[in-house]
Design a protein around this ligand. Structure first.
Ligand SMILES: [Zn+2]
Length: 254
């Protein structure tokens, strides 16, 4: 996609999480993709005059196809490039999005409130400790808050807190700098493992090569309530926090 010029855009169904802009096809015609980036869950295709933003929602998928491949029911948008290739957005649940950002991407309302990326050096024990000094929310709830740090959803919050030996209900302001250092190491290690193993998500998820994610096989606590802790043998407990399921080991996490 990088370096290719967009010839035309076909929108078959604009009714995604937010409607695909009616003038998207006109805006994109003749644009060239310079680079592709990711910020939080948003993919950004940097063009000359702005950015094409794509969100895959729960079930979205982008595939490069020969332009003539007939569309199926959930193939909502084709971005056609010069030559015979097209980038197709498929999204059965239609929670995804495709928007055009004309200004600087970072200033857009969807992106400007996002916390740092978990692997960004600016996201460290010091900055997180500082940001949470007055936060009474439980550490697990804080960890899942995109304003603090992006990319840590429910499964990875549970697994990271287990690795760091921290009880998920601990108020965020009680986490010392030293424990934050352990937690940063833990969420990075957890994310790195998950990325290596292909991620984890809905049962029908497949990546751009059509392969399913497998991370679900290795959880330490997530979904394991009533089972013995892999580290100490204590029974894993389950509770709810902010409407989401929390799992922890009462002995390893204090
Ligand atoms: Zn344990």
């Amino acid at each position: 996609v990088v370096g290719r010029r967009i010839r035309e855009v076909v929108v078959r169904n604009p009714n995604l999480r937010w409607p695909v802009p009616v003038d998207l096809a006109r805006t994109l015609r003749g644009e060239e993709v310079h680079a592709i980036r990711r910020r939080g869950k948003y993919l950004l295709f940097d063009c000359r005059e702005g950015h094409l933003l794509v969100h895959l929602g729960m079930s979205g998928r982008l595939t490069m196809i020969p332009e003539s491949l007939p569309p199926l029911k959930h193939d909502h948008v084709d971005v056609r490039f010069e030559g015979d290739r097209a980038m197709r957005l498929t999204d059965p649940r239609r929670f995804g999005a495709m928007l055009w950002l004309s200004g600087p991407a970072e200033a857009h309302p969807l992106l400007c409130g996002l916390g740092p990326e978990p692997f960004d050096p600016e996201c460290n024990a010091d900055s997180l400790w500082r940001a949470c000094r007055r936060r009474k929310a439980a550490i697990k709830v804080a960890l899942m808050d995109n304003h603090l740090v992006v990319g840590i959803g429910n499964i990875y919050a549970n697994e990271s807190l287990f690795r760091a030996g921290i009880r998920p209900t601990t108020p965020a302001f009680r986490i010392s700098r030293g424990r934050w250092a352990r937690l940063v190491d833990a969420f990075r290690a957890t994310l790195r493992d998950a990325i290596e193993k292909g991620g984890s998500t809905l049962r029908d998820y497949v990546d751009s090569r059509g392969e399913p994610g497998y991370f679900q096989l290795d959880y330490n606590v997530y979904g394991r309530s009533g089972l013995p802790c892999r580290q100490c043998g204590s029974v894993i407990r389950e509770m709810r926090q902010g409407g989401r399921a929390t799992y922890y080991c009462p002995s390893c996490q204090r």
